[in-house]
Design a protein around this ligand. Structure first.
Ligand code: KG4
Ligand code: ZN
Length: 348
């Protein structure tokens, strides 16, 4: 089944053509530069940028890469679109466009949960079917993005239960806020990672790790943020500048340590040792190495999204997630009024 997939949940306008786990064609247009000057994603600007690009992106993806013949809408069996979670007015652009194509070409729509997409990003293959590794349930997923931090148990295709989640900030959001307190712009995650690498990821300041001793599998990053704010406010500007790498590194260690401990607890509680890590923060080298050693120590193995672009928001993962959904979940082109955005859609 060949799927045309669309994701406009936040600040990437992304379109893909997928077949099963394979990505046949893919394109994303990032709006980072548009939002950077505002210190975060501005929904109204995101909406307009999606509107400006979406149809162009669809036509471009369908035309294929140089040397490829591409696809006509006759080749497409269904249109997958992210319906949530995400920014309401950004999601609407993708859904409206998907409906327009579905009506015009009489195709069913597959509504996809964006977080399910992040999970399936670990299973995505290139055109040649690599990596070939089979999918073998059950899995535990640690999802770490700008808007979400969740531990999810996956027992079969699209059979999820959230077993832990953040009570306040998401991990990516927390790194973005710390970077802002140090005077850096959005997105802050990559800046923090580079500064931490310069000092070998030391944990000089030992900032608090809220909730690590709680019995459940939930996370909390707000206390860490507040303690970091007080600490940096007390420093004089010259000292803060001199110690900026150490501060960034210590913050990152505290944030990652709290997540890793809950991941370890989740493995011990469930006995599931196949771990998926996905979402924007999953690209971080330090997080990857901490997760690898934690999981290996428990005799398990970890799967990250196999290609870099798959860590971030993209339509390829949406197409692959859709390709593993049941036909009863499709919405026919005669029934599109039932389709709506669900900004706070949950996985389970
Ligand atoms: O998954 P994503 O692209 O968008 C959402 O669905 O939220 O994640 C974006 C988040 C941002 O908070 C960004 O700071 C973080 O991912 N991020 C990183 C890195 N690159 C992006 N965090 C840590 N290290 C990185 N290298
Ligand atoms: Zn995302």
């Amino acid at each position: 089944m060949i799927i045309l997939a669309i994701d406009t949940s936040c600040d990437e306008t992304s379109v893909a053509v997928t077949e099963g786990r394979k990505v046949l064609s893919h394109l994303e247009y990032t709006q980072v530069a548009t939002h950077a000057q505002w210190g975060g994603v501005v929904p109204s600007l995101a909406k307009r940028a999606h509107e400006d690009r979406i149809e162009w992106a669809i036509e471009k993806v369908l035309s294929g890469k140089k040397g490829q013949t591409g696809w006509s809408m006759d080749d497409i069996d269904a249109i997958a679109v992210t319906v949530g979670p995400g920014l309401a007015i950004a999601l609407e652009v993708g859904i409206r466009t998907a409906c327009m194509y579905a009506k015009r070409y009489d195709k069913p729509i597959i509504p996809v949960n964006h977080m399910a997409g992040h999970i399936y990003s670990c299973f995505v293959q290139n055109t040649r079917g690599n990596p070939a590794r089979p999918i073998t349930f059950p899995y535990l997923a640690l999802l770490v993005s700008g808007g979400h931090t969740e531990l999810v148990r996956i027992d079969d295709h699209h059979t999820f239960s959230i077993i832990g989640e953040t009570r306040d900030d998401a991990m990516g959001e927390s790194l973005d806020k710390a970077a802002r307190m140090l005077g850096f712009g959005y997105p802050g995650g990559p800046v923090i990672e580079r500064m931490a690498e310069r000092v070998d990821n030391v944990d000089t300041f030992r900032f608090p790790r809220p909730m690590i001793r709680s019995e459940d599998l939930d996370f909390s990053f707000a206390g860490l943020k507040t303690s970091f704010l007080y600490y940096t406010q007390k420093m004089d500007p010259a000292e803060k500048l001199e110690k900026v790498d150490l501060l960034a590194s210590s913050y990152q260690e505290a944030a990652f340590d709290s997540a890793i401990r809950k991941l370890a607890k989740a493995i011990d509680m469930t006995g599931i040792t196949s771990v998926l890590v996905a979402g924007g923060v999953a690209v971080n080298t330090r997080l990857r190495s901490l997760v690898r050693s934690t999981v290996r120590l428990r005799g398990g193995h970890v799967h990250f999204p196999p290609y870099k672009y798959l860590n971030f928001d993209n339509a390829a993962m949406i197409g692959v997630a859709a390709g593993h959904m049941e036909p009863v979940q499709y919405v026919s082109s005669q029934n599109l009024d039932t389709l709506d955005r669900i900004p706070r859609l949950r996985l389970a």
